[in-house]
Every structure is written in C-alpha cells, then in structure tokens.
Design a protein around this ligand. Structure first.
Ligand SMILES: [Zn+2]
Length: 255
C-alpha cells in the first residue's frame, strides 16, 4: 500500500529487533522499503538486506554531503559496479548541506555533480538531500541537466515556491515525519499546494519520527502515520493518497 523510499534500516539502531521492525512495517501497510546505502560499505549492508528480503527491501548507494570529501574516482567506480547489480534501484542520498556538513561547499558541489553525471549515465533515479541549500542545489541540477530529472527531493524542508521548482525539474517531493511537527507550518503550506501525483513517501528512519513519536527511534511502519497525516493536510482520502504515491514510487524506481 505504501513505499518507504528512504530508510536507513541497515543502521545499528535496528540490530536488536530488525526482523520485528520489518514485520511491523508490513503489518502497517508498507509493501516496499528502499534502504539508503551510504558509501560502498553502507551500500553492501543495504544489498544484503535486499537479498534477504526480495521484493520487499531494495538498495541505493550514494555519497552523503557529510562524506563529500571521500568521493574519488575509486569510490565512483565502486558505486557504478554496485548500481549495475539488480538490488540497486536508486542512487543517493547526495546533495548539499549548509547546516551540518563539515565539508567546504565547493567540495560538496563537485561530489554532487559527479554523482549526478553517473546517475544519468546509468539511467538511475536520484535521491537529493538539500538542507538550507536549495538555490545551490537547483543551480547544480540545472547545470548538469536542465530538466527531465527522475528522482525525489528527500526530506523536503522548504516552502511552496521551492516545491514548485522541484516539480518543474521533474522531481517528486518527499516529506519525512517533521511535516507533523507543530512548528512545520511552512511544510504543510507546501503540501497543500501539491497533489498526490507530486509526492512519494519516506520515513528517513531512524531519524525524524512523526508525532506522537517525535524524538524516539523512527521506523518504516511509521510511514503510515506521516502518510495519513499528509493526506489529511491535503484534503484527499488516505486510500487515494496511498495508491497514487505508491504508483509514483513504483514508476520512479522501476519496481
Ligand atoms: Zn537519510
């Protein structure tokens, strides 16, 4: 019914109860999960989870802006090798972070652009991390490819105008649990201006658990809470929201 397009279920946070966590996801209506693999090591963990849960868990590989200084030719060659394997349906997360990344912006920009070029070469959708960096992210995206992108703005955290511009580039918008937070009125305003055909669903777990679990460990089962909340904000029946956003994710990821 729902697809969690961005989950860090390979993290140690789930070592004690990974099987139960995945079972809860199914029970709450999450039919597929994309495990975000950061750097080749994280990607191999994601791949192992995908192999152990065929048709349920899928993998991505990318270089997070926090790690942008690590992206060299050897790393990109490993990404390419992994992305040619069947478990990998997405590239990322990648992008620019002006808040928490301890990496110069020109280094982040270069790592971002090189990954985008690889994604185009391999025809993979991309998952973009943009944290207080939209003008720069948009500039890099337009420079590499003016339009026609396939992918999504992960953990969208801007307003209605930025959402409109993401859509213009071809990206879906993805809200994590913070859209349910009390102080997130700008996100809800952006959501009200969108249609279910503009959106894919994610948790970004173990981070950003939706209300009432804010501050606790997030997990894919909670995608249901955020999705029901968003459908309410947008004034569309949940069944319609779930059906459309899942169709969006399926066509984007080719699954
Ligand atoms: Zn993430």
């Amino acid at each position: 019914m729902l697809i969690d397009t961005h989950a860090h279920i390979n993290f140690d946070n789930y070592n004690a109860d990974r099987g139960e966590m995945l079972a809860r996801a199914k029970t709450s209506g999450v039919e597929k999960i994309v495990c975000i693999g950061m750097q080749p090591d994280g990607a191999r963990e994601a791949q192992a989870l995908a192999r152990a849960n065929p048709g349920f868990v899928y993998a991505s590989v990318g270089c997070h802006p926090y790690d942008a200084a690590l992206l060299d030719d050897a790393c990109l060659a490993e990404f390419e090798d992994l992305l040619r394997q069947p478990e990998f349906v997405l590239m990322g997360e990648m992008g620019i972070d002006t808040v928490k990344a301890d990496v110069p912006l020109d280094v982040q920009e270069r790592a971002f652009a090189r990954q985008l070029e690889l994604a185009i070469k391999l025809d993979k959708p991309v998952c973009i991390h943009s944290r207080e960096a939209f003008p720069m992210v948009e500039r890099v995206l337009r420079k590499v490819r003016p339009q026609g992108w396939k992918g999504f703005a992960h953990c969208f955290s801007d307003g209605p105008e930025e959402a409109r511009r993401w859509r213009e580039l071809g990206f879906f918008i993805s809200f994590a649990g913070q859209v349910t937070f009390k102080n997130a009125e700008n996100l809800r305003q952006a959501a009200r201006a969108l249609k279910p055909s503009d959106i894919v669903v994610e948790t970004d777990c173990p981070f950003l658990a939706p209300m009432p679990n804010r501050g606790k460990r997030n997990e894919p089962a909670y995608a249901r809470i955020t999705a029901e909340f968003l459908a309410g904000v947008m004034g569309v029946p949940f069944a319609e929201f779930a059906q459309q956003t899942t169709q969006n994710a399926r066509s984007m990821l080719g699954i």
